[in-house]
Unconditional design. Structure first.
Ligand code: DUC
Ligand code: ZN
Ligand code: ZN
Length: 470
């Protein structure tokens, strides 16, 4: 006699953000309906004996098929990007619907839905990027979109086509406060970057490695402090994205000590890369690792590890921004090597995010398994209003799960499933990799990818649940 289950994961070592325990997981119609010992037989069974099972990852910061100024184009669309996510244990992605200046926010959202429709293999939600906060956007569009399930948006303090000035940031933060949305802030001082870039260019210093010198830690530190001050003025929580090192961390610690609700995100590149990966000489190969903020040095990596361990960081995201190295659309726009100012910013990381942190964090003895789950799944789901349906292993949650295989594996781009022609982690040894990824109880990865284009569902986000009700 079988029980009511479509699928039972048998004898799992279940890891949540608060506990690790042995149990069977019973799944029906895509959801977890029972967790316990010796569950009745399911129609299908997976023996997870001796294996850790975590919630599927929620990658709350990735860029897929985001329109760029020609000839630059992202290598991953929703098909290849979400395929890569699934094979790396990520079952929900939150990319960005970016408003172009002059465009309505609604048009940006509609455009993103068209880009995802019929293609996504994993579930997805959208953050908004507000680049043109007109009165219409502030008074009508943004409140309406928040009510419809787009409850987070990114504000840029740099990049000419996206950045807002302080007055505009205050306006947008006021909307976040009034409507209970989460504002994510890219904190780098645009004027300092431009001034430094011009000086470097005047000195003929245009190789990729000078990208790091054009965006030193202090430009991030200043903008981080300013973002905190603007949030304090408006009295609203914010989340500072892609924090790269000590001086920004110090600002966030200071703000927390004042009782301010400042949340923070970091990414694999700030744990596993340094500015040296942008090149030690004037060669172009380091263009692969040009991203912003740039990777720092080993002592800053330690600061980031400490912040992951002690709760300074709320979420761990990839900031996957997929550009090919070769060809005409990526790191060599037009097909030729370019001064660093013109190198598209970003590195791929959707597929390697979970395994890198599991290997070096959990199995490297730096963070607990519970902390791993919190950073990669539970907190991102809470920060962006997807919890408890996403980000946890609990009765009623979607059966989005990862069964882990602990054993050595070397990262090779040829084995990855994105459409990017490189990974910055080529040759790096891992101690674990997702053996099986389940989405809504369906196996999408078990060493082979089982495509399900269009079955990834759009998730309308609710209110962030990291902070007490205001
Ligand atoms: N920096 C960003 O802000 N976004 C995309 C990639 C990057 O490097
Ligand atoms: Zn950013
Ligand atoms: Zn980004």
């Amino acid at each position: 006699m079988s029980g009511p289950f479509d699928l039972v994961l048998r004898n799992a070592r279940v890891a949540t953000a608060s506990d690790c325990f042995n149990a069977d997981i019973g799944i029906q119609a895509g959801r977890i309906i029972q967790i316990g010992a010796s569950l009745p037989k399911g129609v299908h069974e997976i023996d997870a004996a001796g294996r850790v099972v975590t919630p599927g990852g929620v990658d709350a910061h990735c860029h897929l098929d985001q329109p760029m100024a020609p000839p630059v184009r992202m290598a991953d669309d929703f098909d290849t990007g979400t395929r890569s996510a699934a094979c790396g244990g990520t079952t929900t992605v939150i990319p960005f619907a970016a408003q172009e200046k002059g465009q309505s926010l609604r048009a940006a959202v509609d455009d993103y839905h068209r880009r995802a429709a019929g293609k996504a293999h994993v579930d997805y939600a959208f953050h908004l990027i507000v680049s043109d906060p007109t009165p219409e956007v502030l008074q009508h569009e943004l409140p309406a979109l928040i009510a419809e399930g787009y409850t987070s948006f990114k504000i840029y303090m740099t990049y000419d086509d996206l950045k807002l000035d302080d007055g505009q940031i205050l306006d947008v933060l006021s909307v976040a406060r009034a409507h209970g949305a989460m504002a994510m802030i890219h904190a780098e001082n645009a004027d300092c970057i431009e001034w430094l870039t011009k000086r470097l260019e005047a000195a003929g210093r245009t190789a990729p490695r000078f990208h790091a010198l054009s965006r030193p830690m202090l430009v991030e530190r200043e903008a981080t402090h300013r973002a905190i001050s603007l949030a304090e003025l408006v009295d609203v929580p914010i989340l500072i994205v892609h924090v790269s090192g000590r001086e920004a961390v110090e600002q966030i610690r200071w703000a927390r000590a004042q009782g301010l609700q400042i949340y923070a995100e970091t990414c694999p590149q700030y744990l596993f890369l340094t500015a040296e990966d942008l090149g030690l000489d004037d060669g172009y190969h380091g263009a692969r690792c040009v991203c912003s903020p740039p990777p720092r040095d080993r002592s800053n990596q330690e600061v980031i590890w400490n912040g992951l361990r002690d709760g300074l960081f709320t979420v761990f995201s990839s900031d996957h921004a997929p550009f090919n190295y070769d060809g005409t659309e990526g790191k060599k726009p037009g097909g030729a090597e370019q001064p660093f100012r013109h190198i598209p910013n970003g590195i791929p990381g959707l597929e390697t995010r979970m395994a890198l942190l599991y290997s070096e964090g959990v199995l490297g003895g730096r963070i607990t398994l519970e902390k791993f789950v919190e950073l990669t799944a539970t907190h991102p789901a809470k920060a962006y209003g997807l919890h408890p349906r996403k980000g946890t292993i609990a009765v009623g949650a979607d059966a989005d799960l990862v069964i882990w295989d602990e054993g050595e594996r070397v990262i090779r781009n040829a084995d990855l499933h994105h459409a990017v022609d490189h990974t910055p982690y080529e040759g790096r040894r891992l101690r674990a990799w997702p053996a099986v990824t389940l989405i809504g109880g369906d196996v999408v990865w078990d060493g082979q990818f089982h495509p399900r284009p269009g079955q990834g569902r759009f998730q309308a986000c609710g209110a962030p649940s990291l902070w007490p009700r205001r």
